[in-house]
Design a protein around this ligand. Structure first.
Ligand SMILES: NC(=O)c1ccc[n+]([C@@H]2O[C@H](COP(=O)([O-])OP(=O)(O)OC[C@H]3O[C@@H](n4cnc5c(N)ncnc54)[C@H](O)[C@@H]3O)[C@@H](O)[C@H]2O)c1
Length: 261
C-alpha cells in the first residue's frame, strides 16, 4: 500500500530539483502525477521514465491563467480528476533592493506569488469536486526571516505563507488542507555557489561550498531535494490529516538561531 494510492497530484516546477523528487516520490507511493513545468524536454523525459499510466507532462507557465486552464483540462483528461496540488515552481534573483529593476521584481512576483495564487484558484475547485485533498505551497527559509540580496524573493515567499493561511481557512470546509514548506539551503540548480558567497567569486569549488555550509548550518551540510520531498509527501498524505494552514521548516537547523561561535 502506497501512502498516495488513488491520488492524482499536480506538481509545478517538476522537471528538476525538488519538484522532480516530489514527482518521483509521489509516483513511488502510488499517485498518478501531473509533471508541470516550462522545461519541456526535462519534464517530458521524467514523465516518460515514470510511465504513461503514472505520469503526464504538461507545459505550464504558472504565471499564465490560460496555461492553468489548459493544464487542469489535460490532467482531467489523463487521469479523470485532480485531488492534490504542489505549488513548487519558483525563481530566485539576487539584487540589493535599491538596485532591483521593476521588471525583475515583477518577474519574481509573477512566478512565486501569482503562480501560487493562480494554482490554488484553478485547482481547488477540482480538488473539491474530487471529494477533498491537499495543497502544499513552497515558501522558504526567507519566507520567515530576512536575508540581504533577495528582497523580491523573500517578499514573495512571505506572501506564500499568507496565501497558505487564508486558503486553509477558506478551503477547510471543502475538505482541502493547505500547508507550506519552508526549505533552507537545498542542493538544486537554484543554489548557486558564487551567489551564496559573494567573496568567493564565480569559481567557488565544491570544497569551499562544503566548508561554507559546515559553518553556516547546525547540521553542517546542505539539504537534499529528497529531504524536502519527504516533508511534502507527509503534508500530501493522510499522515497529516489534522494539519492545515501551517508552515513547515526543513533547513538543517538554520532558523534555530544565530551561533556566536
Ligand atoms: N534550493 C533551495 O535552496 C530552496 C530553498 C528554499 C525554497 N526553495 C524553493 O523550492 C522550489 C523549488 O526550487 P528548486 O530548489 O528545486 O530549484 P530549481 O530551479 O531546480 O527548480 C525550479 C523549477 O521551477 C520551474 N519554473 C520556473 N519558472 C516557472 C514557471 N513560470 N512556470 C512553471 N515552472 C517554472 C523551473 O523550470 C524548475 O524546474 C522553489 O519554489 C524555490 O523557491 C528552494
Amino acid at each position: 500500500m502506497g501512502k498516495l494510492d488513488g491520488r492524482v497530484v499536480l506538481v509545478t516546477g517538476a522537471a528538476r530539483g525538488q519538484g522532480e523528487q516530489e514527482a518521483r516520490l509521489f509516483a513511488a507511493e502510488g499517485a498518478r502525477v501531473v509533471v508541470a513545468d516550462v522545461l519541456v524536454e526535462q519534464g517530458e523525459a521524467l514523465a516518460r521514465e515514470l510511465g504513461e499510466s503514472v505520469a503526464r507532462f504538461v507545459r505550464l507557465d504558472v504565471g499564465s491563467e490560460e496555461d492553468w486552464a489548459a493544464a487542469v483540462a489535460e490532467a482531467g483528461e489523463a487521469f479523470g480528476k485532480i485531488d492534490g496540488l504542489v505549488n513548487n515552481a519558483g525563481i530566485l534573483r539576487f539584487n540589493e533592493l535599491v538596485d532591483t529593476p521593476l521588471a525583475e521584481f515583477e518577474q519574481v512576483v509573477r512566478v512565486n506569488m501569482t503562480g501560487a495564487f493562480l494554482g490554488i484558484r484553478a485547482v481547488a475547485p477540482q480538488i473539491e469536486a474530487a471529494g477533498g485533498g491537499t495543497i502544499v505551497n513552497t515558501s522558504s527559509y526567507t519566507g520567515l526571516t530576512g536575508m540581504p540580496l533577495v528582497g523580491a524573493y523573500a517578499a514573495t515567499k512571505h506572501a506564500v505563507l499568507g496565501l497558505t493561511k487564508v486558503a486553509a481557512m477558506e478551503l477547510a470546509g471543502k475538505g482541502i488542507r493547505v500547508n507550506a514548506v519552508c526549505p533552507g539551503a537545498v542542493d538544486t540548480a537554484m543554489t548557486n555557489p558564487a551567489l551564496l558567497d559573494p567573496d568567493a567569486g564565480p569559481t567557488t569549488s565544491g570544497a569551499a561550498l562544503e566548508a561554507y555550509y559546515r559553518k553556516l548550518l547546525p547540521m553542517g551540510r546542505i539539504g537534499r531535494p529528497e529531504e524536502v520531498a519527504a516533508l511534502v509527501l507527509f503534508l500530501t498524505c493522510d499522515d497529516s490529516s489534522y494539519i492545515t494552514g501551517q508552515p513547515f521548516v526543513v533547513d538543517g537547523g538554520w532558523l534555530a538561531g544565530v551561533s556566536p561561535f
